[in-house]
Design a protein around this ligand. Structure first.
Ligand code: V47
Length: 391
């Protein structure tokens, strides 16, 4: 079947199926309601939900799929929040505690000196005894070591801790962090933005209202942020929709969110270890419903580290226009990463994943400025390996 014939068949399927009314809404650019969101999550017809989301994805981002050359740094795993969904923080019988010194941070960055990394993504636990100066030194160190890289750092809960240490209004703190090199904020820590889920599995962290307020403050001082949604634990379908609608309302106010990133819950090593892993089906649904409900978000990311590379590849036809990046090392859900025996994807592999799916690879920086390098958008022939002379 030709591409046009396929598109016609999909349109007919949507126009005559259970989502005919949502097809009309999407085509007319009308906003989906809470009830629409619940229907999308509850329908077993992943093909229809994905095809609808793909219409929005292609209207916004055409055939492009973005990726980034990035490196993650998790500067400490000491944390006083004790979230039940987390396996990252140091605890008896779990990971040993660490705090990176500035030399450690420099060394980590030096190890990837040969890679033209454009994004350094730094997040960590809430260490109760790090001083304010640590965070400023951290930014100074990264900027001095990789001056060309964009620093995307600190989730809202880290920002609230930093503000407490600084003893100043959040706006002032953000401006100071900016002056030390902070370029934007990641989307972590949103989890599910309802009081019930907050109280049940992350009661010591900021509330939904605080997360949203902190994100909006960052937007007001000119810092873009992303927004995540942790799904596949104790949340209900209705709570997922509430989460998406709160993000949509906040975005209406500030326009500061760049990308929505659904994060698949991995229970291994957490206090919720009896909860089974999410399925590829739910992972694709999360991408698609996110794309449909968040009509004011420019991008939706299929984060391959959490949903696996094969599902992230398929996600490009279910609403995702971004598959994140090379990553290098990932600690937050290290258990999954170890299972996959895969903590990094080469840039070549990302380009292959995009091309095989019939999409157009676009290397980006964290603000979606396009990067133009010889190998950014096409597969160059692999360079023959040169045997190194033995010493
Ligand atoms: O804040 C913690 C989540 C987040 C688990 O902004 C877990 O581009 C699954 O936010 N299973 C950190 N998830 C990761 C994050 C992120 C990742 C990629 C890109 C971006 C971006 C942001 O990971 C945490 C928390 O919400 N998390 N534990 C877990 N067991």
């Amino acid at each position: 079947m030709s591409t046009t014939a396929t598109a016609t068949a999909i349109t007919r399927y949507l126009q005559n199926g259970e989502f005919a009314d949502l097809y009309d809404k999407v085509m007319e650019g009308k906003r989906l309601s809470f009830e629409d969101g619940v229907r999308l999550w509850e329908s077993p017809d992943l093909t229809a939900v994905g095809a609808l989301a793909n219409l929005v994805r292609e209207a916004r981002n055409g055939n492009k799929t973005y990726y980034v050359r990035n490196q993650h740094i998790n500067y400490t795993n000491v944390c006083n929040k004790g979230c039940r969904f987390c396996s990252f923080y140091a605890q008896k019988g779990g990971p040993a505690p660490y705090v990176m010194s500035m030399d450690d941070v420099r060394a980590k960055l030096e190890r990837t000196r040969h890679i033209p990394i454009t994004e350094i993504h730094m997040v960590a636990g809430i260490h109760p005894r790090l001083p304010y100066s640590y965070y400023l030194d951290l930014l100074d160190t990264v900027k001095a070591t990789r001056p060309d890289a964009h620093i995307k750092s600190f989730t809202m809960v880290e920002l609230l801790q930093i503000q407490k240490l600084a003893g100043k209004p959040m706006e002032e703190v953000l401006l100071e962090l900016k002056a030390h090199g902070l370029d934007s904020l990641p989307g972590g820590g949103a989890e599910i933005l309802t009081d019930r889920v907050h109280d049940a599995i992350f009661p010591k962290k900021e509330t939904a209202a605080e997360w949203l307020e902190t994100a909006k403050t960052a937007h007001r001082v000119g810092l873009h942020t992303n927004a995540t949604m942790l799904y596949g634990h104790i949340e209900t379908v209705e709570e997922r929709v509430v989460h998406l609608m709160k993000l949509r309302e906040a975005q209406d106010e500030t326009g500061g969110f760049l990308t929505f990133i659904p994060l698949a819950f991995s229970s291994k090593g957490t206090k919720l270890s009896d909860i089974p892993a999410t399925t590829g089906y739910l992972d694709l649904k999360a991408i698609a419903v996110g794309r449909l409900m968040l009509d004011n978000f420019p991008h939706v990311k299929g984060f391959w580290m959490m949903i696996t590379p094969p599902v992230a590849q398929a996600a490009q036809w279910y609403g995702a226009d971004d598959i994140d990046g090379t990553i290098v090392e990932y600690e937050i859900t290290h258990e999954i990463a170890e299972d996959n025996a895969q903590q990094q994807l080469t840039q070549r592999k990302l380009v292959e994943m995009i091309l095989e799916a019939g999409r157009e690879p676009v290397e980006r920086d964290p603000l979606y400025n396009v990067i133009e390098r010889e190998d950014s958008h096409t597969l160059l022939p692999e360079r023959p390996r040169v045997a190194l002379p033995m010493a």
